[in-house]
Design a protein around this ligand. Structure first.
Ligand code: ATP
Ligand code: MG
Length: 319
Protein backbone atom coordinates (compact mmCIF):
# COMPACT_ATOMS: atom_id res chain seq x y z
CA UNK A 1 0.00 0.00 0.00
CA UNK A 2 1.08 3.59 -0.50
CA UNK A 3 -0.88 4.87 2.47
CA UNK A 4 1.88 6.50 4.45
CA UNK A 5 4.44 5.41 7.00
CA UNK A 6 4.31 2.57 9.48
CA UNK A 7 4.37 4.08 12.95
CA UNK A 8 4.69 2.72 16.46
CA UNK A 9 4.38 4.05 20.02
CA UNK A 10 6.35 2.90 23.05
CA UNK A 11 9.58 2.45 24.92
CA UNK A 12 13.02 3.41 23.71
CA UNK A 13 15.66 1.91 26.01
CA UNK A 14 19.31 1.13 26.23
CA UNK A 15 20.07 -2.51 26.83
CA UNK A 16 22.95 -3.53 29.05
CA UNK A 17 23.87 -7.19 28.94
CA UNK A 18 25.67 -9.54 31.25
CA UNK A 19 28.67 -11.08 29.52
CA UNK A 20 28.20 -14.47 31.19
CA UNK A 21 25.15 -16.73 31.53
CA UNK A 22 23.54 -17.32 34.91
CA UNK A 23 20.82 -16.04 37.17
CA UNK A 24 20.25 -12.31 37.35
CA UNK A 25 22.46 -9.67 38.87
CA UNK A 26 23.10 -10.56 42.50
CA UNK A 27 26.86 -10.31 42.24
CA UNK A 28 29.25 -7.92 40.48
CA UNK A 29 29.93 -8.94 36.91
CA UNK A 30 31.10 -7.68 33.56
CA UNK A 31 28.40 -5.92 31.57
CA UNK A 32 28.33 -4.85 27.94
CA UNK A 33 26.39 -1.90 26.61
CA UNK A 34 24.69 0.45 26.01
CA UNK A 35 22.95 -1.08 23.00
CA UNK A 36 20.02 0.81 21.46
CA UNK A 37 16.85 -1.14 22.30
CA UNK A 38 13.18 -1.24 23.26
CA UNK A 39 10.84 -3.54 21.32
CA UNK A 40 9.03 -0.74 19.43
CA UNK A 41 12.36 0.89 18.54
CA UNK A 42 13.87 -2.37 17.27
CA UNK A 43 10.73 -3.01 15.23
CA UNK A 44 10.61 0.41 13.61
CA UNK A 45 14.35 0.39 12.87
CA UNK A 46 13.90 -2.89 10.98
CA UNK A 47 11.03 -1.40 8.95
CA UNK A 48 13.26 1.49 7.90
CA UNK A 49 16.25 -0.74 7.10
CA UNK A 50 14.05 -2.59 4.61
CA UNK A 51 13.14 0.67 2.90
CA UNK A 52 9.75 1.17 4.52
CA UNK A 53 8.69 4.66 5.62
CA UNK A 54 8.76 4.54 9.44
CA UNK A 55 8.26 6.74 12.49
CA UNK A 56 8.09 6.35 16.28
CA UNK A 57 6.39 8.21 19.12
CA UNK A 58 8.55 7.87 22.22
CA UNK A 59 10.54 9.78 24.84
CA UNK A 60 14.23 9.66 25.76
CA UNK A 61 16.28 11.62 28.27
CA UNK A 62 18.68 14.47 27.52
CA UNK A 63 21.63 12.10 27.92
CA UNK A 64 24.02 9.83 26.02
CA UNK A 65 21.65 6.86 26.25
CA UNK A 66 19.02 8.90 24.44
CA UNK A 67 21.55 10.08 21.87
CA UNK A 68 22.69 6.49 21.16
CA UNK A 69 19.12 5.60 20.26
CA UNK A 70 18.17 8.68 18.27
CA UNK A 71 21.40 8.44 16.30
CA UNK A 72 20.80 4.80 15.36
CA UNK A 73 17.18 5.37 14.37
CA UNK A 74 18.00 8.45 12.32
CA UNK A 75 20.90 6.74 10.53
CA UNK A 76 18.66 3.87 9.56
CA UNK A 77 16.02 6.21 8.16
CA UNK A 78 13.38 6.33 10.91
CA UNK A 79 11.44 9.61 11.27
CA UNK A 80 12.54 10.72 14.77
CA UNK A 81 10.54 13.96 14.81
CA UNK A 82 8.04 12.57 17.34
CA UNK A 83 10.69 11.46 19.84
CA UNK A 84 10.46 13.86 22.77
CA UNK A 85 13.41 14.67 24.98
CA UNK A 86 12.52 14.76 28.65
CA UNK A 87 14.26 17.56 30.52
CA UNK A 88 14.22 15.77 33.87
CA UNK A 89 14.10 12.00 33.40
CA UNK A 90 16.96 9.76 32.20
CA UNK A 91 16.56 7.43 29.21
CA UNK A 92 14.96 4.08 30.06
CA UNK A 93 17.05 0.94 30.41
CA UNK A 94 16.90 -2.83 30.45
CA UNK A 95 19.56 -4.98 32.08
CA UNK A 96 19.47 -8.53 30.76
CA UNK A 97 21.21 -11.75 31.69
CA UNK A 98 20.71 -15.04 29.91
CA UNK A 99 20.34 -18.27 31.81
CA UNK A 100 21.95 -21.45 30.52
CA UNK A 101 18.61 -22.70 29.17
CA UNK A 102 18.20 -19.58 27.01
CA UNK A 103 15.57 -17.89 29.22
CA UNK A 104 16.29 -14.37 30.40
CA UNK A 105 16.11 -12.23 33.51
CA UNK A 106 15.49 -8.52 33.02
CA UNK A 107 15.68 -5.46 35.22
CA UNK A 108 13.69 -2.72 33.54
CA UNK A 109 13.65 0.98 34.23
CA UNK A 110 10.73 2.14 32.07
CA UNK A 111 7.80 3.71 33.94
CA UNK A 112 9.86 6.15 35.97
CA UNK A 113 12.32 6.93 33.20
CA UNK A 114 11.87 9.17 30.17
CA UNK A 115 10.43 6.14 28.34
CA UNK A 116 7.45 6.30 30.73
CA UNK A 117 6.61 9.87 29.73
CA UNK A 118 4.70 9.45 26.47
CA UNK A 119 1.98 11.90 25.49
CA UNK A 120 0.20 13.24 22.43
CA UNK A 121 2.62 16.05 21.57
CA UNK A 122 2.18 18.24 18.47
CA UNK A 123 4.95 16.33 16.59
CA UNK A 124 3.20 13.05 17.52
CA UNK A 125 -0.08 14.39 16.12
CA UNK A 126 1.67 15.40 12.91
CA UNK A 127 3.20 11.94 12.49
CA UNK A 128 -0.11 10.22 13.24
CA UNK A 129 -1.91 12.39 10.70
CA UNK A 130 0.14 10.97 7.83
CA UNK A 131 0.54 7.36 9.00
CA UNK A 132 -0.78 4.41 7.01
CA UNK A 133 -0.19 1.65 9.55
CA UNK A 134 0.09 1.43 13.34
CA UNK A 135 2.09 -1.36 14.95
CA UNK A 136 1.60 -1.89 18.68
CA UNK A 137 3.89 -3.78 21.04
CA UNK A 138 2.22 -5.17 24.17
CA UNK A 139 5.13 -3.90 26.24
CA UNK A 140 4.06 -0.31 25.48
CA UNK A 141 1.02 -0.73 27.76
CA UNK A 142 3.36 -0.64 30.74
CA UNK A 143 3.57 3.10 29.99
CA UNK A 144 0.57 5.00 31.42
CA UNK A 145 0.26 7.56 28.62
CA UNK A 146 0.80 5.15 25.76
CA UNK A 147 -2.73 3.75 25.55
CA UNK A 148 -4.25 7.15 24.77
CA UNK A 149 -1.69 7.86 22.05
CA UNK A 150 -2.15 4.39 20.56
CA UNK A 151 -5.91 4.86 20.55
CA UNK A 152 -5.59 8.21 18.75
CA UNK A 153 -3.21 6.68 16.21
CA UNK A 154 -5.49 3.73 15.48
CA UNK A 155 -8.55 5.97 14.98
CA UNK A 156 -6.67 8.28 12.66
CA UNK A 157 -5.10 5.54 10.56
CA UNK A 158 -8.41 3.66 10.34
CA UNK A 159 -10.22 6.79 9.15
CA UNK A 160 -7.89 6.81 6.14
CA UNK A 161 -8.28 3.10 5.41
CA UNK A 162 -4.97 2.10 7.01
CA UNK A 163 -4.20 -1.03 9.00
CA UNK A 164 -3.12 -2.16 12.48
CA UNK A 165 -0.82 -4.90 13.78
CA UNK A 166 -0.25 -6.15 17.31
CA UNK A 167 2.57 -8.14 18.93
CA UNK A 168 1.46 -9.13 22.47
CA UNK A 169 5.16 -9.22 23.43
CA UNK A 170 5.36 -8.57 27.15
CA UNK A 171 7.99 -9.78 29.60
CA UNK A 172 7.07 -11.49 32.85
CA UNK A 173 8.74 -8.63 34.74
CA UNK A 174 6.25 -6.11 33.32
CA UNK A 175 2.98 -7.99 33.78
CA UNK A 176 2.36 -6.55 37.25
CA UNK A 177 2.09 -3.00 35.93
CA UNK A 178 -0.64 -1.61 33.72
CA UNK A 179 -3.98 -3.00 32.71
CA UNK A 180 -2.74 -5.51 30.16
CA UNK A 181 -5.81 -7.73 30.00
CA UNK A 182 -8.23 -5.06 28.80
CA UNK A 183 -5.66 -3.34 26.56
CA UNK A 184 -4.92 -6.66 24.87
CA UNK A 185 -8.66 -7.24 24.32
CA UNK A 186 -8.95 -3.87 22.61
CA UNK A 187 -5.92 -4.60 20.43
CA UNK A 188 -7.29 -7.97 19.36
CA UNK A 189 -10.54 -6.27 18.32
CA UNK A 190 -8.46 -3.88 16.23
CA UNK A 191 -5.70 -5.99 14.74
CA UNK A 192 -5.53 -6.91 11.08
CA UNK A 193 -2.32 -8.78 11.87
CA UNK A 194 -1.44 -10.51 15.14
CA UNK A 195 2.15 -11.62 15.85
CA UNK A 196 2.17 -13.78 18.99
CA UNK A 197 5.10 -15.84 20.20
CA UNK A 198 4.59 -19.26 21.83
CA UNK A 199 2.14 -19.12 24.75
CA UNK A 200 1.01 -15.60 23.85
CA UNK A 201 -1.31 -17.16 21.27
CA UNK A 202 -3.30 -18.86 24.04
CA UNK A 203 -3.23 -15.83 26.29
CA UNK A 204 -4.52 -13.67 23.43
CA UNK A 205 -7.29 -16.12 22.59
CA UNK A 206 -8.14 -17.01 26.19
CA UNK A 207 -8.15 -20.69 25.20
CA UNK A 208 -5.76 -23.62 24.83
CA UNK A 209 -4.88 -25.56 21.71
CA UNK A 210 -3.43 -23.95 18.63
CA UNK A 211 -6.29 -24.65 16.22
CA UNK A 212 -8.90 -23.56 18.76
CA UNK A 213 -7.02 -20.35 19.60
CA UNK A 214 -6.66 -19.47 15.93
CA UNK A 215 -10.39 -20.06 15.39
CA UNK A 216 -11.35 -17.85 18.33
CA UNK A 217 -9.09 -15.02 17.16
CA UNK A 218 -10.33 -15.22 13.56
CA UNK A 219 -13.91 -15.07 14.83
CA UNK A 220 -12.98 -11.84 16.61
CA UNK A 221 -11.90 -10.35 13.31
CA UNK A 222 -8.13 -10.78 13.28
CA UNK A 223 -7.22 -11.07 9.58
CA UNK A 224 -3.81 -12.74 9.71
CA UNK A 225 -2.04 -14.51 12.55
CA UNK A 226 1.66 -15.25 12.34
CA UNK A 227 2.88 -17.42 15.20
CA UNK A 228 6.57 -17.21 16.09
CA UNK A 229 8.24 -20.43 17.21
CA UNK A 230 11.82 -19.40 17.98
CA UNK A 231 14.37 -21.66 16.27
CA UNK A 232 11.50 -23.81 14.93
CA UNK A 233 10.39 -21.05 12.59
CA UNK A 234 6.86 -19.69 12.28
CA UNK A 235 3.35 -20.39 10.97
CA UNK A 236 0.96 -18.20 9.00
CA UNK A 237 -2.80 -18.60 9.55
CA UNK A 238 -4.84 -16.66 6.97
CA UNK A 239 -8.42 -15.41 7.02
CA UNK A 240 -9.58 -17.99 4.46
CA UNK A 241 -8.16 -20.92 6.43
CA UNK A 242 -4.85 -20.89 4.56
CA UNK A 243 -1.85 -22.08 6.56
CA UNK A 244 1.87 -22.03 5.81
CA UNK A 245 4.57 -23.50 8.02
CA UNK A 246 8.16 -22.39 7.74
CA UNK A 247 10.57 -24.53 9.71
CA UNK A 248 13.33 -22.00 10.14
CA UNK A 249 16.99 -21.52 9.28
CA UNK A 250 19.98 -23.26 10.82
CA UNK A 251 22.07 -20.58 12.52
CA UNK A 252 24.27 -20.22 15.59
CA UNK A 253 22.30 -18.24 18.15
CA UNK A 254 24.46 -15.62 19.87
CA UNK A 255 21.79 -13.29 21.28
CA UNK A 256 18.05 -14.03 20.87
CA UNK A 257 16.78 -10.59 21.96
CA UNK A 258 15.26 -8.67 19.07
CA UNK A 259 14.45 -11.67 16.87
CA UNK A 260 10.72 -11.33 17.34
CA UNK A 261 10.80 -7.61 16.54
CA UNK A 262 12.98 -8.12 13.45
CA UNK A 263 10.64 -10.90 12.36
CA UNK A 264 7.46 -8.89 12.85
CA UNK A 265 8.79 -5.80 11.13
CA UNK A 266 10.01 -7.81 8.17
CA UNK A 267 6.72 -9.66 7.81
CA UNK A 268 4.70 -6.45 7.98
CA UNK A 269 6.99 -4.48 5.68
CA UNK A 270 7.04 -7.28 3.11
CA UNK A 271 3.22 -7.39 3.16
CA UNK A 272 3.01 -3.60 2.87
CA UNK A 273 5.43 -3.77 -0.06
CA UNK A 274 2.95 -6.07 -1.80
CA UNK A 275 4.49 -9.51 -1.22
CA UNK A 276 2.27 -12.51 -0.43
CA UNK A 277 2.09 -14.15 3.00
CA UNK A 278 4.22 -17.19 2.14
CA UNK A 279 7.17 -15.18 0.82
CA UNK A 280 6.76 -12.64 3.63
CA UNK A 281 6.89 -15.45 6.20
CA UNK A 282 10.18 -16.74 4.84
CA UNK A 283 11.70 -13.24 4.69
CA UNK A 284 10.57 -12.60 8.27
CA UNK A 285 12.10 -15.87 9.49
CA UNK A 286 15.33 -14.93 7.72
CA UNK A 287 15.41 -11.56 9.50
CA UNK A 288 14.77 -13.26 12.86
CA UNK A 289 17.51 -15.82 12.25
CA UNK A 290 19.94 -13.16 11.03
CA UNK A 291 19.22 -11.12 14.16
CA UNK A 292 20.13 -13.87 16.63
CA UNK A 293 23.58 -14.33 15.10
CA UNK A 294 24.71 -10.92 16.37
CA UNK A 295 25.05 -9.45 19.84
CA UNK A 296 22.79 -6.44 20.48
CA UNK A 297 19.12 -6.28 19.48
CA UNK A 298 19.64 -3.73 16.71
CA UNK A 299 23.08 -4.88 15.59
CA UNK A 300 21.57 -7.69 13.56
CA UNK A 301 18.78 -5.95 11.70
CA UNK A 302 19.37 -6.74 8.02
CA UNK A 303 18.85 -4.28 5.20
CA UNK A 304 17.35 -5.59 1.96
CA UNK A 305 20.72 -6.58 0.48
CA UNK A 306 21.79 -8.43 3.64
CA UNK A 307 18.40 -10.16 3.86
CA UNK A 308 18.48 -11.32 0.23
CA UNK A 309 22.05 -12.56 0.68
CA UNK A 310 21.08 -14.46 3.84
CA UNK A 311 18.11 -16.03 2.03
CA UNK A 312 20.27 -17.20 -0.83
CA UNK A 313 23.05 -18.67 1.32
CA UNK A 314 21.44 -20.28 4.37
CA UNK A 315 20.03 -23.79 4.71
CA UNK A 316 16.38 -24.25 5.73
CA UNK A 317 15.58 -26.60 8.57
CA UNK A 318 13.65 -29.73 7.49
CA UNK A 319 10.13 -30.23 8.90
P1 ATP B 1 11.78 -11.96 21.36
O1 ATP B 1 12.52 -12.92 22.20
O2 ATP B 1 12.63 -10.95 20.66
O3 ATP B 1 10.57 -11.38 22.02
P2 ATP B 1 9.84 -13.62 20.05
O4 ATP B 1 9.66 -14.60 21.16
O5 ATP B 1 8.79 -12.64 19.78
O6 ATP B 1 11.25 -12.89 20.19
P3 ATP B 1 11.00 -15.69 18.43
O7 ATP B 1 10.06 -16.79 18.08
O8 ATP B 1 11.99 -15.93 19.50
O9 ATP B 1 10.14 -14.40 18.69
O10 ATP B 1 11.81 -15.26 17.11
C1 ATP B 1 11.14 -14.75 15.98
C2 ATP B 1 11.52 -15.55 14.74
O11 ATP B 1 12.91 -15.43 14.49
C3 ATP B 1 11.22 -17.03 14.82
O12 ATP B 1 9.87 -17.28 14.45
C4 ATP B 1 12.24 -17.60 13.85
O13 ATP B 1 11.74 -17.54 12.54
C5 ATP B 1 13.43 -16.66 14.00
N1 ATP B 1 14.37 -17.19 15.00
C6 ATP B 1 14.42 -16.90 16.31
N2 ATP B 1 15.40 -17.60 16.95
C7 ATP B 1 16.01 -18.36 16.00
C8 ATP B 1 17.09 -19.30 15.98
N3 ATP B 1 17.76 -19.63 17.09
N4 ATP B 1 17.42 -19.90 14.82
C9 ATP B 1 16.76 -19.60 13.69
N5 ATP B 1 15.72 -18.73 13.62
C10 ATP B 1 15.35 -18.10 14.75
MG1 MG C 1 11.25 -15.22 22.10
Amino acid sequence: ESLGPTITVGEILVEIMASTTGFGFKEPQTLIGPFPSGAPAIFIDQVARLGGAAGIIATVGADDFGAVNIERLRQDGVDTSAISISPDRPTGSAFVRYRDDGTRDFIFNIMHSAAGAISLTPPAETLIAKAGHVHVMGSAFAIPGAAGVIDAAIRSVRSRGGSVSFDPNVRKELLGSGNFRSQFETMIQNADLLLPSGEELFVAAGTDGEAEAVKVLKARGVGEIVLKRGRQGATFFGASGARYDFHGFEVDEVDPTGAGDAFGATYLTSRRQGLGPEVSLERAAAAGAYNVTRRGPMTGLPDTVQLDFFLSTNPRRAA
